[in-house]
Design a protein around this ligand. Structure first.
Ligand SMILES: [Zn+2]
Length: 426
């Protein structure tokens, strides 16, 4: 499919300011980006200088089908929440339920401008199918909680064999859940397997204050040594979700070309986990991304919320309004996440990049006064998902002005409600 967007205000993380451009796409890629000529041909989209075109958001950490678990076990500490409310319900999940929950999550993500999402969960073949049917990009892993067998690792490897690279939309990672659910020796095995198969890894990393102390590890095995000695640093892409309890003085350690930190400010706040040292990591040029985490600990899958929290949280806690510039936050929410999930050619609006983009209506009251320099501030501090006009993945329009092009919204909601009933029935 070919399309041309004229008179659109283009911003991406590689530009110092937004620009008024014409953007043409062909075969799922950006074919050309040039200065707007003002002329509009039949069939072109005319942004009239009042529509922003930016890269789609990449939700870099989450568990999509947890959309079915929203509201369960509110206001409990992380371990109680997991052990008493979440894991017992998750034990009842099956492929159909995961599919229903994933479809529901995809509705929410597309409507709020997310074009790519990370997922670590179960029945991931059904998640891959849901994503491919919807046409959304994704980085998927089978969550591995060690149970004494290789079953889950093998499932993850089968997922890679069946879906890695599918339609250019799916990247598969291995998903060892966390150091507290995967013994160190097994983590080494998973890391070795990822390196051998050319796969990335996503895992939860230092989310809560006490988790590291609970591990039965030699005293001198610091988190940084753990990463080195496990082999995790050898994999092509390592996505570390949370990093709340990283020593800020060790931030430089994480500034490696294959490591991305996925910051989940709302989930960290809601579960009382703490505030990640993101300003230090940003200063050290650590590759950073933003995620929502699952809907049961957020409870929205809305990257606009996440960006605003990421920016405001640090300013308030550190009492320093100069921290977390909006353009950096926007870069984290777009380019950073795409890199973390191994999509090298995503996250910018440039010739030859994948055409993953969103159109934002700047003709709304809260945008009056924007200019090319200040656009990121308007988007991060004043914007919201209600401003999304269109969500495009690989050149295909998946959502436009309240309408889903590849999903039947009412049917998805009905199936999700039915699934929720089955899941939570005593
Ligand atoms: Zn998580």
């Amino acid at each position: 499919m070919a399309a041309t967007f004229r008179n659109v205000v283009v911003w991406d993380a590689s530009r110092s300011a937004a620009e008024l451009c014409d953007v043409s796409i062909e075969n799922g890629m950006v074919k050309a980006v040039s200065q707007a000529e003002g002329e509009v041909k039949n069939g072109d989209f005319d942004g009239k200088g009042k529509t922003a075109l930016i890269p789609g958001f990449v939700n870099a950490h989450g568990h999509a089908a947890m959309s079915l678990l929203r509201g369960l076990g509110e206001e409990l500490p992380l371990m109680d929440w997991l052990e008493k409310r979440i894991w017992p319900v998750e034990a009842r999940l099956d492929g159909d339920l995961v599919r229903a929950g994933t479809d529901l999550a995809i509705l929410e993500m597309l409507a709020s401008g997310t074009t790519c999402f990370a997922d670590m969960y179960f029945f991931m073949d059904r998640v891959a199918e849901a994503s491919l049917d919807a046409g959304i990009r994704c980085g998927l892993s089978r969550g591995i909680i060690y149970d004494g067998s290789d079953g889950k690792l093998n499932e993850n490897l089968t997922l890679a064999k069946d879906f890695n690279g599918e339609k250019g939309l799916v990247n598969i990672q291995l998903g060892p859940h966390a150091p507290y659910t995967v013994p160190f020796d097994y983590m080494k095995k998973v890391a070795g397997s990822a390196a051998e198969n050319g796969l990335g890894v996503q895992l939860h990393w230092l989310e809560t204050e006490s988790e590291w102390q609970l591990l039965d590890l030699p005293r001198d095995l610091t988190p940084e040594k753990y990463l080195e000695e496990s082999g995790l640093l050898e994999v092509s892409n390592l996505l570390l979700a949370h990093c709340v309890w990283t020593d800020p003085e060790r931030a430089e350690f994480y500034a490696r070309s294959n490591v991305t930190v996925a910051h989940n400010p709302k989930s960290n706040l809601k579960l009382g986990s703490g505030v990640a040292p993101v300003p230090e990591m940003l200063a050290m040029k650590v590759r950073l991304a933003i995620g929502t985490d699952g809907a049961a600990s957020n409870n929205r899958l809305d990257m606009w919320d996440e960006m605003r929290f990421a920016a405001l949280l640090q300013k308030g806690v550190r009492r320093d309004p100069t921290l977390m510039a909006a353009k950096d936050v926007l870069a984290m929410a777009t380019y950073g996440g795409a890199q973390g999930l191994g999509f090298k050619n995503c996250g910018h609006i440039r010739e030859g990049c994948n055409a993953d983009m969103i159109l934002i209506d700047l003709d709304r009251p809260h945008y009056m006064g924007w200019d090319f320099e200040s656009l990121p501030w308007y988007i991060v501090y004043a914007g919201s998902s209600e401003d999304i006009l269109m969500t495009v993945v690989a050149g295909k329009t998946l959502y436009e002005r309240g309408e889903f092009k590849t999903l039947d919204e009412e049917a998805v909601k009905a199936r999700a409600l039915e699934a929720r009933k089955r899941l939570t029935a005593a």
